[in-house]
Design a protein around this ligand. Structure first.
Ligand SMILES: *[C@@H]1O[C@H](CO)[C@@H](O)[C@H](O)[C@H]1NC(C)=O
Ligand SMILES: *[C@@H]1O[C@H](CO)[C@@H](O)[C@H](O)[C@H]1NC(C)=O
Ligand SMILES: *[C@@H]1O[C@H](CO)[C@@H](O)[C@H](O)[C@H]1NC(C)=O
Ligand SMILES: *[C@@H]1O[C@H](CO)[C@@H](O)[C@H](O)[C@H]1NC(C)=O
Ligand SMILES: *[C@@H]1O[C@H](CO)[C@@H](O)[C@H](O)[C@H]1NC(C)=O
Ligand SMILES: *[C@@H]1O[C@H](CO)[C@@H](O)[C@H](O)[C@H]1NC(C)=O
Ligand SMILES: *[C@@H]1O[C@H](CO)[C@@H](O)[C@H](O)[C@H]1NC(C)=O
Length: 653
């Protein structure tokens, strides 16, 4: 074997002190051997194969046998590095640069298998179960382990009399580290502490070879620095040969680091290249004392008005938040503790439905438990209000119909006010403080309201209502007279009056009365059976109050007997029938062509038709008015109806 090795192009290699002999002799020998070796099989193998632990390693061996002959045997070996402590995997980047030497030191070859033309013969080694040979004679080793498989494998090709050639591959195993796990210090870290506090731990598990861990704050690498930053690393080699690396970062933090993010990165080599895996980014809790306290007034709208809910928010810049207390300045610079109204944990003072007296200077005080320092913040609360809305009525003496009255509205407020007057229905009448009501009547008196609004404070308004009462003796405004009735009929007599104070209504006759209010009027209905006396004398409505009496007479008129009505109706029906019959006759004749059908003729017929409709409507409306009691004299009515029917006939002739 060793002889074959010497014959390889790397001649002189492994000869030890052989270089010390005569250079000429050596050259000669070398040439001789090299030329002789030209006929030996050439074996080509990759210097290094990197395989992930647990996967299958495929070691390739390609060769060329000279002069068309074939190989006679292929043998696979591994080198058992007895007593060689060094693990080649420890510094792979170095190993990539120069091929290591085999069979140095106390190592020995162990044959794995023999491939001849007659087949494969597997030797009884530790690889017996995990080994296979492909068609291309490549050796596959499955379930590669970290401990046993990182070694040198040799492929030796024999070509009978041509001799043997061989080459070897270093098998390196690796395990890619998992994504590192980062655990920030959950207890919180005081800013500006004297010692270097622990920030976070970074753990990279089960990798080979052991990786490196670096630290970053806001994306920038943190390098160890005296009195500022240090990193402690522990590497644990597990029984399966893999490494777990734990790196702990210690660094001083400032208040600004409350928003810093930290992460760690694992660096490892793979196939000659440096790779990295980043951990997730984490925040840390930084404790720092309060330096500034600010008290703010927070309300729904911009300016605070009476009735609002107001929040006084105390902002302290310390972490954790300090203990808050609230005070309000009372007269004589007396500060009253109002903390009982506050949510002191959050530093919020809630004031519900504030009023004028809620205004004033408020103070928030904090006590930082870390350094026992007191801080204060003040805020002025201004509650806008309107008070004392007052209406002056001039003259103040009782008012009578025809009088003029002036209403003046006034109110107090720290802000500018707008005034306007509205009537009882809420309709705007005038803008301004004053409302002049001239020529007062019972009707236009009533309730008026002055609405006061603060221009600059939306929603702040008040109003005041005043009643303008015009006093006077009653005025009868509506009476059901004259009334057409029939004897023994039950009728309603109505009398409506207006006055202030409210008047009472009396009737001159007995009956059932019903009194009610309608708008500002007092109305009375008297239900009564029409007697002969009543028909003759009529009824009297008398309205009175403290200021006087008014009365009016209701005239009752007898309606004509009902036959006259019947006669009219019969007459109308007859007329309509006559018209209808005549119309159909004319239509029939016209169809038969017995009447000349000129344009003018046609118009003559259609015109009265239209007029007829009109007349019918007139008759109907007459009938309606008759029912309302306006119809007079059946004779006249009858005559007019007769006139109408005569007219129709005239038109047709
Ligand atoms: C082994 O194989 C490599 C890659 O093919 C080749 O460069 C090297 O010369 C070979 N060594 C021998 C001794 O044949
Ligand atoms: C780990 O760090 C050491 C020292 O900085 C360095 O020599 C080595 O190459 C690093 N290894 C990896 C895998 O980054
Ligand atoms: C870190 O904290 C800041 C502020 O508290 C927050 O905005 C940010 O989302 C946090 N980032 C992470 C990764 O938790
Ligand atoms: C006052 O009102 C009455 C009744 O409405 C009217 O007749 C009169 O002209 C009015 N007078 C004035 C000065 O407006
Ligand atoms: C005026 O307002 C008062 C109180 O709201 C009410 O009692 C009165 O009926 C009102 N007067 C009129 C004329 O609407
Ligand atoms: C009063 O009488 C008038 C006329 O008959 C009638 O229209 C009205 O409904 C009556 N009112 C009441 C409240 O009875
Ligand atoms: C009204 O009725 C009363 C008793 O119910 C009676 O004394 C009086 O005479 C009657 N008046 C008239 C005008 O009928």
């Amino acid at each position: 074997m060793v002889g074959g090795r010497r014959a390889a192009p790397r001649c002189g290699w492994g000869w030890g002190g052989g270089w010390g002999c005569c250079p000429l002799l050596c050259l000669l020998l070398c040439l001789l051997l090299c030329c002789g070796a030209a006929s030996k099989p050439e074996v080509s193998m990759p210097a290094v194969l990197e395989v992930e632990i647990g996967s299958t390693a495929r070691l390739e061996c390609s060769f060329s046998v000279p002069e068309n002959s074939s190989y006679t045997s292929i043998e696979w070996f591994f080198v058992n590095a007895v007593g060689l402590g060094g693990q080649p995997g420890a510094a792979p980047e170095v190993l990539h640069q120069a091929r290591p030497q085999i069979n140095r030191g106390h190592s020995r070859r162990v044959r794995l298998c023999l491939i001849t033309t007659s087949g494969l013969q597997v030797d009884d080694t530790e690889y017996k179960e995990r080994l296979s040979v492909g068609e291309d004679k490549a050796l596959s080793i499955s379930r590669v382990t970290r401990q046993d498989d990182a070694r040198t494998f040799i492929c030796q090709v024999g070509a009978g009399s041509q001799g043997v050639g061989e080459n070897y591959t270093e098998l390196y195993t690796y395990k890619i580290p998992t994504v590192p796990e980062i655990t920030p210090n959950s207890a919180g870290i005081p800013a500006h502490s004297n010692d270097m506090p622990e920030i976070a731990k970074c753990t990279s598990e089960n990798s080979f070879p052991s990786p490196n861990i670096t630290w970053y704050k806001n994306g920038e690498q943190l390098l160890p620095e005296e009195d500022k930053t240090k990193v402690l690393t522990t590497v644990v080699r597990q029984s399966n040969g893999l490494y777990t690396v734990v790196s702990t970062l210690f660094t001083k933090v400032t208040r600004e680091d409350r928003s810093s993010v930290f992460h760690c990165t694992v660096h490892y080599w793979l196939q000659g290249q440096m790779r990295t895996v980043d951990s997730p980014r984490v925040n840390i809790t930084v404790f720092y004392p309060t330096q500034r306290v600010e008290l703010r007034v927070v309300s729904g709208s911009g300016m605070v008005k009476e009735g609002d809910d107001v929040k006084l928010v105390c902002d302290a810049d310390g972490n954790p938040a300090p203990v808050f207390s609230f005070f309000k300045r009372e007269p004589e610079d007396n500060w009253q503790d109002v903390s009982s109204l506050a949510d002191t944990n959050n530093g919020v003072l809630m004031l519900h439905e504030v009023n004028k007296s809620s205004s004033g200077l408020y103070r928030c005080q904090t006590l930082d438990l870390d350094d026992m320092t007191l801080h204060e913040g003040d805020a002025e609360l201004v509650v806008n209000y309107i008070e004392g809305v007052h209406v002056k009525v001039e003259p103040s003496s009782p008012l009578h119909e025809g009088d003029t009255v002036r209403l003046s509205c006034n109110a107090h407020s720290p802000v500018a006010l707008d005034y306007q007057w509205r009537d009882a229905k809420g309709k705007k009448m005038v803008e301004g403080k004053q409302l002049l009501l001239s020529n007062l009547t019972f009707e236009n008196s009533g309730n008026f309201s002055c609405r006061v609004q603060a221009r600059s404070v939306p929603g702040l308004e008040q109003s005041k209502q005043v009643a303008v009462a015009v006093q006077g003796k009653p005025r009868i405004v509506d009476i059901s007279s004259p009334l057409y009735v029939r004897q023994d009929e039950v009728v309603n007599l109505t009398c409506k009056a207006i006055a202030f104070p409210r008047p009472s209504i009396h009737w001159s006759i007995n009956g059932t009365t019903h009194e009610y209010m309608e708008n500002q009027r007092v109305a009375s209905n008297l239900t009564v059976r029409v007697s002969h006396d009543l028909l003759r004398a009529g009824a009297m409505c008398r309205v009175s109050n403290a200021l006087g009496i008014s009365e009016k007479h209701i005239q009752l008129l007898d309606q004509k007997p009902s036959e006259s009505k019947g006669i009219i109706i019969v007459a109308i029906i007859v007329c309509i029938l006559v018209v209808a019959v005549l119309g159909s006759i004319i239509y029939f004749l016209h169809k038969k062509g017995k009447i000349s059908c000129g344009r003018s003729g046609k118009q003559d017929i259609t015109k009265p038709e239209a007029r007829k409709d009109k007349n019918v409507v007139e008759v109907k409306s007459d009938k309606l008015s008759e029912e309302a009691g306006l119809l007079q004299g059946a004779n006249g009515e009858k005559r007019s109806a007769a006139d109408q029917s005569e007219k129709y006939i005239d038109l047709r002739n």
